[in-house]
Design a protein around this ligand. Structure first.
Ligand SMILES: [Ca+2]
Ligand SMILES: [Ca+2]
Ligand SMILES: [Ca+2]
Ligand SMILES: [Ca+2]
Length: 504
């Protein structure tokens, strides 16, 4: 339906769009009494120029705009600093750390090609500063490296650490920290390697990597033998068992979602929707009903948003966005006041890669039923994920999202906009700011220091910004960065959010 412009009447939209599976939970959700949950407070007014007047500093960092920022205090001054990958495809690349206090470059580690992945923060050398494990596109030599978060010095490289093993010349995507696998008390790293170049598609593999040395502890071929560009989610269940969710397929090949035990990596269930395209955007794990069981929320590349039952992989609901594709991990928040089940925000670009010329759609979807709550057209393409926070304190969640006004291989010619949408009905724009230069990076929101004012780190082509927002307590920031505060794709319980981010 989303290709049908001008817009259709809302009732017709719902009739056309919502296709719940047999046995879906939507009936029980609809049985609940509607319209009972009042919002908590009147909203604080948000200045329309918030994103301009709050600017603390910006720094030109050539080649940034794709890798999302991660924060750690590299120089020990008590202000979190920004680590991100930079570069240009098949030309050059580096990982840099930029001071959170003033934007000065703290360190730079050069590599041979663009670093488009987002850094995985994990302790490697026990100096109390989190370290950086990051992979990259591969030109002949497989490349996953660990760098000191303090200095940027290389601590290990996967190739050197595994001289006996054929790692294979294909890409590493964003790696994630995982619980200690080898019993040395130190968290380890899960790194997915998959997908070759066009015409040379390869089955993906997941490596469990020992964090202090880079030794591969175990390698798992994808259960379905397909390629993967996915960033996995990893949760701890109420009974203490862990579970890994990953998915396969790409922009041109179909795929499936797999739930695996961890660290045993035995398949629990597989969901294969038999679509022509796979799962590229990462998914989230979230406990919608508050019963301790997390379901899986994720979009297929060709525009179907799924909520899957976490225990069985059965479809709870699906919502289709016709003629659309997406690279965007959804967000979870309180986007209406009808019930206590949180909702989903998802983002789809109309068109077919690389032609996104008509519109970018932001959709707020009822978490219980999959019904569309609201949609907005804004920009032409987005790759950044929405962040979720209650800035104005009314109990409904705002969404912070970057989209691009065009899609072009010349990223310098593209303009992007950073938007803050209200959580209230109609989802009005509270603040917006435009920039010249494409952005595919997800911003970061949180407290970089102890002044109580919420900070925003925003990245677009060649520039990094620190922007002061407003005094907002930690517990009102519900989804702070790419893959979330714990880098694991798991939506935190709301009463777990007050803890200091410095615990990293
Ligand atoms: Ca610092
Ligand atoms: Ca360290
Ligand atoms: Ca370990
Ligand atoms: Ca709000």
């Amino acid at each position: 339906m989303l290709s049908d412009r001008p817009s259709t009447a809302p009732a017709l939209l719902l009739a056309l769009c919502v296709a719940c599976d047999e046995g879906a939970r939507s009936a029980s959700a609809l049985d609940r009494p509607a319209a009972t949950r009042a919002t908590e407070a009147a909203p604080r007014p948000i200045p329309a120029d918030l994103l301009e007047r709050g600017e603390r500093w910006h720094r030109e960092v050539p080649g940034c705009g794709v890798s999302s920022p991660r924060l750690l205090d590299a120089d020990g001054d008590g202000v979190l600093d920004v680590v991100l990958g930079i570069g240009q495809e098949k030309a050059w690349g580096a990982v840099v750390a930029v001071s959170g206090a003033d934007g000065e470059l703290l360190w730079k580690h050069d590599v041979a090609d663009e670093v488009y992945a987002t850094a995985c923060l994990v302790e490697v050398d026990d100096d109390a500063v989190p370290d950086v494990v990051v992979g990259r596109r591969v030109g002949g030599l497989a490349a996953l490296v660990a760098l000191s978060g303090r200095t940027g010095d290389k601590l290990w490289g996967l190739q050197e650490a595994n001289p006996d093993g054929a790692i294979g010349p294909f890409h590493f995507n964003t790696a994630i920290p995982c619980p200690d696998v080898d019993g040395d008390g130190r968290r380890d790293v899960l790194a997915l390697q998959g997908g070759g170049d066009d015409g040379d598609r390869r089955p993906a593999r997941a490596h469990l990597v020992k964090s202090d040395t880079g030794r591969i502890l175990r390698t798992l071929p994808m259960p379905d033998g397909r390629e993967s560009f996915f960033v996995p989610s990893l949760e701890r269940r109420p009974d203490g068992d862990r579970r890994l969710v990953l998915a396969t397929g790409g922009e041109t090949l179909g795929g499936a979602v797999h739930s695996l035990t961890f660290p045993g990596l035995a398949t629990e269930w597989t969901f294969d929707p038999a679509l022509k395209k796979g799962f590229v955007a990462g998914g989230l794990l979230h406990d919608f009903e508050g019963d301790g069981r997390r379901d899986v929320v994720l979009p297929s590349f060709n525009g179907v948003l799924f909520r899957l039952d976490g225990d069985s992989g059965r479809v709870v609901w699906r919502q289709r966005f016709r003629q659309c594709e997406t690279y965007v991990t959804p967000g979870v928040g309180r986007f209406d006041d009808r019930d206590d089940v949180l909702d989903v925000v998802a983002v789809f670009s109309e068109g077919r890669w690389p032609n996104y010329r008509t519109r970018n759609v932001i959709a707020w979807v009822d978490g219980a039923t999959g019904d569309l709550l609201e949609t907005k057209d804004r920009g032409k393409q987005a790759s950044s994920s929405p962040l979720v926070l209650d800035v104005d304190g009314d109990g409904l969640d705002e969404v912070l999202l970057v989209d691009n006004l065009s899609f072009d291989f010349d990223k310098t010619a593209v303009e992007c906009q950073l938007d803050l949408y209200s959580g209230r009905r109609g989802k009005p724009l509270l603040a917006t700011r435009g920039f010249r230069g494409y952005s595919a990076a997800t911003p970061w929101v949180g407290h970089m220091d102890d002044d109580g004012v919420l900070d925003l780190v925003f990245v677009h082509l060649d520039n990094v910004y620190r922007i002061d927002l407003l005094p907002v307590p930690r517990e009102r920031v519900h989804w702070s960065e790419y893959r979330g505060r714990d880098q694991d794709g798991v939506v935190p319980r709301r009463d777990d959010l007050a803890g200091a981010i410095a615990s990293r």
